[in-house]
Design a protein around this ligand. Structure first.
Ligand code: IMP
Length: 425
């Protein structure tokens, strides 16, 4: 069974936890896009692990983990993370693979990311994670990027020198400090030896695994509304976190995919700038942030919080072809008198958007249309069977499902592994 797992909102839906339990049934886990801008939090027993680049499958001994060709990988972030994973007691040898076709995020991409963000005027800022993601993808599609396979070539350090000089011109134009090319060369020299053992032709590896009947889990990072094509452009990341990205980012055909699982938080959050129709700037938003622990795993930034948006989720259902939903964080809603679901955006002239508009400017003229449902006012995080949930909680979940389509596969009512109710998957 080959499964693609995607985020259905603006990220931070709790994918790490869902990936972690789906990994139990997979042989190979592959990241297909994004880079260390992601932060997947997994709680095992009383230990909390945060991963950025390495697939969460690494927390399961014996599973193969792949950084696919669609990822942009910062070698320093990766080395740090690999050391950390080893210090937690997990063995990497023979089961961790980096695609030689993946592009690298270099120090100058990070510097340009920060300088570009600083130079953007108010209202145009994206609120990037500062991890160099945009400039690394720009280099990739601009055809001057550096691929992981390049570190194996004898002229690697000369290319580093040449690229630093080029990047310095951009940095100076942005009013930022230039980088020292020789310092960069010194920095990258030990990296070559450290990463070499993991560099693989992952396309070959993926196909051999599929031919041998292995199960593959495609681990999406970020989410549908941050997709460079389908999200709230330009307030997006620079990759395709939607289901199609699983193929282009790993070298596996769509024919090999058996199912798509979408992760959907039962309210909405967003970190960084950009439109967010159901955002709450009141006490209810504060309650969601406090109860949901809504602070970024990568940057520590407080997340913006709001009611569940069925327009977004329905759009995500279509774009990804979600078969099953993994709904998360139901327990965060436990203390509300009533809970709201946004079913459309009403423009000032009365027109109601049922699908997410491409032109973000129209959202300034819209108000969310809400359905209000009674809350359940009791703790749900101890519940281990769907039938044992309070009736109003079940009604809320079922109404969400009715509005967005797809089937319910997983319902999560707390951070620990045991609080994951499996319904249809
Ligand atoms: P970048 O990916 O660092 O370029 O950031 C672009 C936008 O995507 C910003 O609004 C970030 O806050 C957002 N973003 C990137 N990665 C994540 C993530 O893993 N979770 C939530 N938001 C993210």
């Amino acid at each position: 069974m080959n499964t693609v797992l995607v985020g259905a909102q603006w990220g931070d839906e709790g994918k790490g936890k869902v990936i972690d339990f789906l990994t139990e049934e997979a042989d190979v886990v592959v990241r297909f896009q994004g880079g260390s801008n992601a932060g997947h939090t997994v709680v095992v027993g009383d230990k909390k692990y945060v991963l950025h680049l390495v697939p969460s499958g690494v927390l399961h001994e014996g599973k193969h983990c792949v950084i696919g060709n669609g990822v942009v990988m910062d070698p320093f972030d990766l080395m740090k993370e690999l050391e950390q994973v080893e210090s937690w007691g997990f063995e990497l040898k023979g089961r961790f693979h980096i695609s030689e076709r993946a592009h690298m995020v270099m120090q100058w991409h990070r510097a340009i990311d920060r300088a570009e963000e600083a130079a953007r005027p108010a209202g145009r800022k994206i609120g990037t994670t500062g991890r160099g993601i945009g400039p690394a993808y720009a280099a990739k599609v601009g055809r001057y990027g550096m691929r992981v396979g390049d570190i194996l070539k004898p002229n690697f350090l000369d290319v580093v020198r040449a690229q630093v000089e080029e990047a310095n011109r951009a940095l100076e134009a942005l009013g930022a400090h230039p980088l020292d090319a020789e310092e960069m060369v010194k920095l990258y020299t030990p990296m070559v030896a450290a990463l070499m053992p993991y560099v693989t032709d992952t396309i070959q590896f993926m196909h051999e695994s599929l031919e041998a009947g292995k199960s593959v889990l495609f681990e999406g990072a970020q989410a549908t509304m941050l997709d460079v094509d389908f999200g709230t452009y330009p307030f997006v990341t620079s990759s395709n976190p939607t289901a199609g990205g699983a193929c282009t980012g790993s070298g596996v055909s769509p024919r090999a995919i058996d199912r798509v699982i979408g992760v959907l938080k039962l309210y909405t959050t967003r970190v960084g700038e950009g439109p967010f129709p159901t955002e709450l700037k009141d006490a209810d938003g504060e309650t969601l942030r406090r109860r949901g622990g809504e602070f970024g795993a990568t940057t520590g930034r407080p997340r913006r919080c709001g009611w569940f948006d069925a327009v977004v989720a329905r759009y995500a259902q279509r774009v990804n072809g979600v078969d099953f939903w993994a709904m998360t964080k139901l327990d965060v809603l436990d203390e509300f008198e009533t809970v709201k679901i946004c079913t459309g955006y009403r423009r000032d002239d009365g027109f109601v958007y049922q699908t997410f508009p491409a032109d973000l400017a129209v959202l300034d003229r819209c108000e969310p249309v809400y359905e209000e449902l009674p809350g359940w006012k009791c703790e749900t995080s101890h519940v281990t069977r769907y039938e044992d949930l309070p009736e109003n909680a079940r009604k809320y979940v079922e109404r969400v499902l009715e509005l967005v389509g797809g089937k319910l596969g997983v319902l999560s009512v707390g951070p620990a592994r045991e609080t994951t109710l499996r319904i249809g998957v």
